[in-house]
Design a protein around this ligand. Structure first.
Ligand code: PHB
Length: 375
């Protein structure tokens, strides 16, 4: 313990309240799609994968996106579900293993929305669901959601949260980022509705708020609800849902009022300024404007960001270690409260322990091999 007290990294290791619990440090495993839950069921490999990161010392794990119980929630093969007895049993084993190792864990509740296309699992005849219709080649690939569809999806989020709590998860994260369902309502480019769920920023945020409220009602007043949002989209890294701090405030106020406890601000590089005229990141702005704890993410511990296409493609996404001082600085100044790592924790599950013990030279390198053969 004495190493950390003296180390320049000690801000990473200060415990923090998380609902009725305490996280042992500020290091979070970021959600990452792994596509290895055949039939939607996380198995032994997933138990071991999360257990190793918990044993490596992270304070909190946000799981990979896990599908709520709606026919169009999934858009990728072999991603896990958070409904049905088998998937819930699988997740329960993950939760138990993570708790045994002293970490906390929340599932990321996921509906891919208009990213889905016909032909995808589990039912190839089910199109994508989104705010507005998308037709390609004369075929409706994404269905414009009716008000009944919206109610059904909200209930599916609520049920997933109920189930998450019942099997021991320490809270939930609602995936409201990256052009998936909730974000596709928020983003003006994908939302052409003229009802209560389209038009103004407040209307476009209505689905997100109703889901947060429903999750709150389905759980308890002190059950941590995290909400992930982003400016960037899978199809457009330069996209924006808000153009300035005033708009960000409108957006955040609605979500805080609905019941969000922690914002997970998804950026690709944590140090980038959010708006012109200030060097503050989107996470720092969010912390200040919302008054809520904030988790930052984006190439932490690494010296390069990569696109999803690069990570999924043939290029070797090799990245070296970066100086941690800027990361620690964000915590020390109170700009953010939690720091999430993705790639770095694939490369080295022991990252938190190695940083705590000042064994930085022993941290594994991130490259394609680390990503594909990750243990
Ligand atoms: C991906 O599988 O590439 C993916 C999944 C969820 C995200 C972002 C990317 O939020």
């Amino acid at each position: 313990m004495s190493q950390a007290r003296e180390s320049q990294h000690q801000a990473l290791f200060k415990p923090i309240a998380f609902g009725p619990h305490t996280l042992r440090n500020r290091i979070v495993m970021s959600p990452m799609t792994r596509q290895r839950s055949p039939g939607g069921v996380p198995g032994e490999q997933s138990v071991a994968y999360y257990q190793r990161r918990a044993e490596g010392g992270v304070g909190l794990i946000v799981t990979e996106g896990t599908c709520i119980g709606h026919p169009a929630a999934s858009g990728y093969n072999n991603v896990p579900d958070l409904f049905g007895p088998q998937a819930l049993e699988g997740w329960k084993r993950v939760v138990e293993a993570v708790h045994q190792a002293g970490a906390r864990i929340v599932p990321q509740l996921w509906h891919v929305g208009p990213i889905r296309r016909l032909g995808q699992a589990p039912d190839p005849l089910v199109p994508g669901y989104g705010p507005s219709e998308i037709s390609e080649g004369g075929e409706v690939q994404v269905k414009a959601m009716s008000l009944d569809d919206i109610e059904q999806v909200i209930e599916a989020y609520a049920q997933a949260a109920r189930d998450a709590r019942a099997i021991g998860f320490d809270g939930v994260e609602i995936h409201g980022a990256h052009e998936y369902l909730i974000d596709s309502f928020i983003w003006s480019q994908t939302n052409q509705r003229d009802d209560d769920y389209g038009g103004s920023l407040a209307n476009r945020t209505r689905l997100a708020a109703r889901i947060v409220q429903a999750v709150r009602e389905a759980t308890s007043p002190d059950y941590p609800i995290m909400f992930r949002f982003s400016q960037w989209k899978i199809s457009d890294y330069g996209a924006r849902i808000v153009d300035n701090a005033a708009e960000l405030k409108v957006f955040l106020d609605i979500l805080v009022e609905a019941g969000v406890d922690v914002f997970d601000v998804s950026t690709r590089r944590f140090w980038e300024p959010a708006f012109e005229g200030s060097s503050d990141s989107l996470a720092a702005w969010t912390r200040r404007l919302s008054g809520k704890p904030v988790m930052m993410v984006g190439s932490v511990g690494l010296d390069k960001a990569y696109s999803i296409a690069q990570l999924r493609g043939n290029e070797n996404p090799d990245a070296g270690q970066a100086d941690l001082a800027p990361v620690v600085g964000q915590l020390q100044s109170g700009a953010v409260d939690l720091v999430a790592l993705g790639r770095m924790l694939l490369a080295d599950p022991q990252w938190p322990t190695k940083v705590f013990e000042n064994r930085l030279a022993e941290i594994n390198r991130f490259d394609r091999e680390a990503m594909q053969t990750e243990i």
